[in-house]
Design a protein around this ligand. Structure first.
Ligand code: DQA
Length: 142
């Protein structure tokens, strides 16, 4: 089982950006937590973050050619704007679980739309960094 954990813009700023909303743990802490979990549960994982929409599209396409079995995806603000990311997920057909650290359902109106949601098998919202583990568990169950 080979998973890709993909994070979009500003998620490299975890620990610095709005800690009251996103917490004090850093992006490096998140990657360590996921890598530890992968060792424990015996799956292969690549963690990747980009601030650029096209780079995220490239990574999703590459996942297809690399034989990735599942994608955990927090597209950050591109969640609410990007048809290109939706199309990329539809193009590759790899099972994807959407993650949001904060509870976007309780935030601004502009965060209520998720373009990628229709290409995802589940969404994990407002569970902090634990949400990434929940999303991985959903993909491991298949
Ligand atoms: C986020 C929520 C988005 O609305 C925001 O733009 C982010 C992070 C989350 O993880 O809660 O960058 O995806």
């Amino acid at each position: 089982m080979k998973l890709l954990v993909l994070n979009g813009p500003n998620l490299n700023m975890l620990g610095i950006r709005e800690p009251a909303i996103y917490g004090k743990a850093t992006y490096a802490n998140l990657v360590h937590m996921i890598e530890d979990y992968a060792r424990e549960r015996g799956f292969e994982v690549e963690c990747c973050q980009s601030n650029h929409e096209g780079a995220l599209v490239d990574k999703i396409q590459q996942a297809y050619f690399d034989g990735v079995d599942g994608i955990v995806f927090n597209p950050g603000a591109y969640t609410h704007t990007s048809i290109a990311l939706l199309d990329a997920l539809k193009a590759v057909g790899i099972p994807c679980v959407e993650v949001h650290i904060s509870d976007v359902s309780q935030r601004e109106d502009f965060r209520q739309t998720s373009y990628i949601r229709q290409a995802c098998k589940a969404s994990v919202i407002g569970r902090g960094l634990e949400g990434y583990i929940d999303a991985i568990d959903i993909l491991l169950q298949k």
